[in-house]
Design a protein around this ligand. Structure first.
Ligand SMILES: [Zn+2]
Length: 304
């Protein structure tokens, strides 16, 4: 008895030292004397978690008649209900949760390669019949290639193009979509006109650095896929002519016929391709003209 009383006295004497225990100890200690001390620590932990549980019981009552399904929505409804009580606080509290939602807008992939449209492509490939007819009418030599599917690099209806209009050859050949091949062919006719006008010699060929290539932009593995990965782009390294030296694409001093020719045909390309890059655009395009048909929101073009 003496020992028990002594321990209790010590326990009570120690409790006041910590304010948290001092407040709750008396309330729980009164109903049951000795056996409680060991149970107090356990009783103290639950109370911390309890504050969160009490609200739920009231939520289901309000939600069952409306939306009994999701568990997450009850939290939103509780937040909405609280602000409604105080008109001033409601706009602030509701505005915060709504702000983080907008982010999902990144998808910049061409519409033909995203979401349901991409699935539709697999089921029914685009009909290039009309485009191929136009290519033949332009005098383009081409033949269909089997569908390309290398991971994310795809081209359902690629063409092997070896010659453009007016006998302009592509010695390396080009693997392109019909749409890109048509743009290249139409641009080549403009290049032919410029060659005759400025250089007084006919254009006979285009040296290509690449058409379809499964890679990222600027050969960067971490960058998003280049339009080359969709047979939607062509790199022009040089122009060859009949009766004169070829012209390699590079930065040329203004004033020469070669510089005038390069500047003009590059400008004209902007009328046929959505993307035109070359010397001066960036280091990656210092030695060639890059053309592609990347689709951008709002129909924006990149002509540099
Ligand atoms: Zn390129």
């Amino acid at each position: 008895m003496m020992l028990a009383g002594g321990t209790l006295a010590v326990g009570l004497a120690l409790l006041p030292a910590t304010p948290a225990r001092a407040v709750e100890a008396p309330a729980s200690a009164v109903p049951t004397p000795p056996p409680l001390p060991p149970e107090r620590p356990e009783a103290l932990k639950p109370p911390v978690a309890e504050p969160a549980s009490p609200p739920p019981p009231s939520r289901p009552a309000e939600l069952k008649p409306v939306v009994p399904e999701p568990i997450r929505e009850p939290v939103k409804d509780v937040i909405r209900d609280k602000p409604s009580e105080t008109a001033k606080d409601s706009p602030k509290e509701t505005a915060k949760p709504e702000i983080p939602s907008p982010p999902p807008s990144p998808p910049e992939r061409p519409p033909e390669l995203s979401g349901s449209a991409a699935l539709a492509l697999k089921v029914t490939p685009p009909d290039d019949t009309a485009c191929r007819t136009r290519l033949k009418r332009l005098g383009v030599d081409f033949e269909p290639l089997p569908p390309i599917a290398e991971g994310q690099c795809t081209a359902p209806l690629p063409l092997k193009v070896t010659r453009l209009a007016d006998g302009v050859t592509l010695p390396q050949g080009a693997t392109l979509t019909c749409r890109t091949a048509e743009a290249l062919a139409r641009w080549a006719t403009e290049v032919q006109v410029e060659a005759e006008r400025t250089l007084k010699h006919p254009l006979t060929g285009l040296e290509l650095g690449g058409s379809y290539v499964c890679r990222g932009q600027n050969h960067d593995v971490d960058a998003k896929l280049s339009e080359h990965a969709f047979a939607n782009a062509a790199d022009i390294m040089a122009f060859t002519f009949g009766g004169r030296a070829s012209i390699a694409v590079k930065a040329l001093p203004e004033g020469s016929d070669d510089a005038q020719f390069l500047r003009t045909v590059r400008m004209k390309a902007c009328g046929f391709f959505r993307t035109v890059l070359g010397p001066g655009s960036n280091a990656a395009h210092a030695n060639h003209l890059h053309f592609d048909e990347r689709e951008r929101s709002g129909g924006h073009r990149l002509c540099e």
